[in-house]
Design a protein around this ligand. Structure first.
Ligand code: 5GP
Ligand code: MN
Length: 324
């Protein structure tokens, strides 16, 4: 945390303290950092007797339904005037989906995020690309708000940080990550149980989708690029949902020769969601930026509005270019 980030945290706390009603929201296609950070900050602000509204902008993957108070994330009707809006883990305002309209009606926006591609769309921006997860920034904010971190908040923050670091495996994991997690463990949370919920509850449908997807692995550039396309047909035949493709892209990345892993998900005939991962050389956030997406150096994504075969060509060309 540098001094300007620290100042932003202090300004954010002043704003939170003087606001009665606060809307908080994260990005579409939610992940563990998104949902964990949302719930933790919402619970902390409720302890300060704030009227907190946690806006649901997309379906919550079943992986995270074990989190405490997950049902406080729900739909709200759009209000003309919003006092304070807090965006979490969202690189740009478009990522908020229907939350964007709420943000635009807000007198003040606090933008808390760790994506390198963040556009700083808030009045106050707590943006730290060196943080492994938004959950780390939320931890710092809650501590400075002088709210006691209880087991429920700790469970949510642990989930946020564990999922965004690939269980503390990725290079974004810092000594600070471990110090924060050590503090979270002091609350007495059951890490074994949380990890079973997060990583050892794969359904048979998801497992079969995995097998099917891996049978369709494509390799380019002497094995340095691995690619899989998950078609709508594949989902249907395995009785799986789009969220069940979670984990396939990291499995591709883990092949020894692979530097860049690419997963294409057919959301509809002309909408292809792309996930990119890299191991140690290629900055995939730059690749997804070319298609109006974003993310981190080692994990990024974008959406291509064209047919699957065309999307594959477009993204492969850009990936191959990045190796030159
Ligand atoms: P995933 O591949 O797991 O969907 O996303 C990897 C990372 O890239 C996440 O940090 C996610 O927030 C970011 N990301 C994925 N898709 C997009 C996108 O379309 N736009 C932006 N700005 N970021 C994205
Ligand atoms: Mn994140």
């Amino acid at each position: 945390m540098n001094s300007s980030q620290d100042n932003s945290i202090k300004e954010a706390i002043k704003l939170i303290e003087k606001s009665g009603e606060i809307y908080i929201c994260s990005h579409v296609k939610p992940d563990g950092d998104n949902i964990g950070s949302l719930l933790a900050l919402a619970m902390a602000m409720k302890k300060l007797n704030k009227n907190v509204k946690v806006l649901k902008v997309d379906e919550i993957p079943s992986d995270y339904m074990f989190l405490p108070n997950v049902d406080i994330i729900r739909e709200y009707e759009l209000k003309e005037k919003i006092e304070l809006f807090i965006a979490l883990d969202s690189g740009d305002i478009e990522r908020l989906g229907l939350g964007k309209k709420f943000a635009l009606n807000a007198e003040n926006i606090i933008n808390i995020d760790h994506h390198v591609t963040n556009t700083k769309f808030g009045n106050i921006n707590i943006v730290s690309p060196s943080s492994a997860a938004t959950g780390e920034l939320v931890y710092e904010l809650i501590k400075q708000m002088s709210v006691k971190i209880d087991m429920d908040i700790a469970t949510c923050l642990y989930t946020a940080i564990s999922t965004d670091t690939g269980s503390f495996m990725y290079s974004n994991t810092s000594h600070l990550t471990h110090l924060i997690v050590a503090e979270l463990l002091k609350t007495g949370i059951d890490v074994g149980e949380i990890n079973i919920n997060l990583y050892q509850k794969r359904t048979m449908e998801r497992t079969k989708l995995f097998i099917d997807a891996l049978n369709n692995l494509e390799i380019y550039l002497d094995g340095r690029i691995g690619l899989i396309a998950v078609t709508d047909e594949m989902l249907k035949s395995n009785n799986a949902k789009t969220e069940d493709s979670e984990g396939i892209v990291s499995f591709i990345r883990d092949i020894d020769t692979v530097e860049v892993a690419c997963l294409l998900k057919e959301i509809s005939k002309n909408e292809i969601k792309v996930s990119l991962r890299s191991k140690k050389e290629i900055d995939v956030s730059k690749i997804s930026n070319k298609f109006n997406g974003g993310g981190h150096i080692r994990a990024a994504g974008c959406t291509l509005y064209t047919e699957l075969d065309d999307a594959k060509k477009l993204i492969l060309d850009e990936i191959e270019m990045a190796f030159r």
